[in-house]
Write a protein that binds this ligand. Structure first.
Ligand code: TYM
Length: 337
């Protein structure tokens, strides 16, 4: 008997730099789940134009991000990996779902409020409508599970609300997805501001580490990481956010439990501990950087992977979109032959 696997969907926006926060909180978990689920990963390039991008830089960045997620271990033989903008069904389903989403729901989204403050000169419709596009990404593929960092929780919840609302009106159409948040590293903090998230577009370059960063620069950033005045290494998010964040990063990169790490580094002083974190990150990222360089050295192969991914994604997406169109009463297009 054939075992039908559940579908897993996730995505990342090609903005700023891909950080070790993205890697620990999301992408490394995608890799581990590839054997157990039918996995689909979208490079969310439509989402990222909600803020102004320089077109030629943006094109390069999107290609670089695509190579980075593959370099992290996504296997295009096992999983579908593609550019969101190559599958037109996303934007089409978004329009339909817009008609089942309330403006007030979108205005209450934390990310919309934050981005409206940050980009007050450009509070465009896309910024407001961002979660409906994300819902379309997930619902098109009937995904049961969406592995993301904790900052995306509100978006997963609104996706569920939209799916339940639509199913309530038209009968079973969408799978209502669950968010999957890692127990370790669902919110990696910045190295300079350990009470806030390590962001991709941080103004302070010392706050975030890119997954393809030069080893010397990585070591330097960890040596400079903000800690506290008490010399003992222990896990205490409230009183020792910097050290706790570094312990989380070290645990993620070594697969050693936080408890064992605390035993090992408790009395050795912060200098030795921070050096160990830097070295572990450099070592963990080294094969990723090599693979990234290989992918980037053959752009035609890279774009071929993207093309195959888009074809496979589009085939699935079209089935859901046709069903949705039928359900809401749109007239079926006559076959063009
Ligand atoms: P994005 O591009 O901001 O981030 C990609 C993934 O990385 C996680 N993440 C973090 N995890 C731990 N610590 C951090 N400091 C950290 N920073 C980011 C995010 O939670 C996310 O899982 N809207 C999404 C992209 C998206 C998507 C989707 C995700 C578009 N469509 C459909 C899932 C399903 C975003 O902006 O993620």
């Amino acid at each position: 008997m054939e075992i039908v696997k559940q579908v897993l969907y996730s995505g990342i926006q090609p903005t700023g730099i891909m950080t070790i926060g993205n890697y620990i909180g999301a992408v490394s978990n995608w890799n581990k789940m590839q054997n157990d689920y039918d996995c689909i990963f979208g490079l969310a390039d439509l989402h990222a134009i909600t803020v102004r991008q320089n077109p030629s830089e943006y094109r390069q960045k999107a290609i670089s991000f695509f190579a980075q997620i593959l370099a992290c271990g996504l296997d295009p033989e096992k999983s579908i990996v593609y550019f969101q903008s190559h599958v037109h069904q996303h934007a089409e389903l978004q329009w339909i779902l817009n008609c089942y989403t309330y403006v007030g729901e979108m205005q209450r989204m934390t990310q919309f409020k934050d981005k409206s403050i940050k980009h007050e000169e450009n509070i465009n419709m896309g910024l407001l409508d961002y979660p409906v596009l994300m819902a379309s990404d997930i619902l098109l593929y009937k995904a049961a599970l969406v592995p993301v960092g904790i900052d995306q929780k509100q978006h997963i919840e609104i996706t569920r609300d939209i799916a339940i609302r639509f199913n309530g009106i038209y009968g079973d159409t969408f799978v209502v997805p669950d968010g999957y948040y890692p127990t370790l590293g669902a919110k990696i903090a910045g190295l300079q501001t350990p009470t806030g998230k390590m962001g991709k577009s941080d103004a302070d370059p010392n706050n975030a580490v890119s997954i393809i960063e030069d080893p010397d620069s990585i070591l330097r950033k960890f040596r400079r990481a903000v800690t506290d005045s008490d010399p003992f290494v222990s896990f205490d998010l409230l009183n020792k956010p910097g050290i706790s964040n570094l312990l989380t990063i070290l645990s993620a990169f070594t697969d050693v439990s936080i408890e064992s790490l605390v035993n090992e580094y408790a009395d050795g002083g912060y200098k030795r501990f921070k050096e160990a974190v830097g070295v572990a990150v450099v070592e963990g990222l080294s094969p990723i950087r090599d693979k990234y360089n290989t992918y980037m050295s053959d752009k035609s192969q890279l774009m071929d992977i993207a093309k195959q991914g888009a074809l496979r994604a589009s085939h699935i997406a079209e089935k859901t979109l046709s069903k949705v169109k039928r359900k809401v009463g749109l007239v079926e297009k006559a076959r063009l032959n």
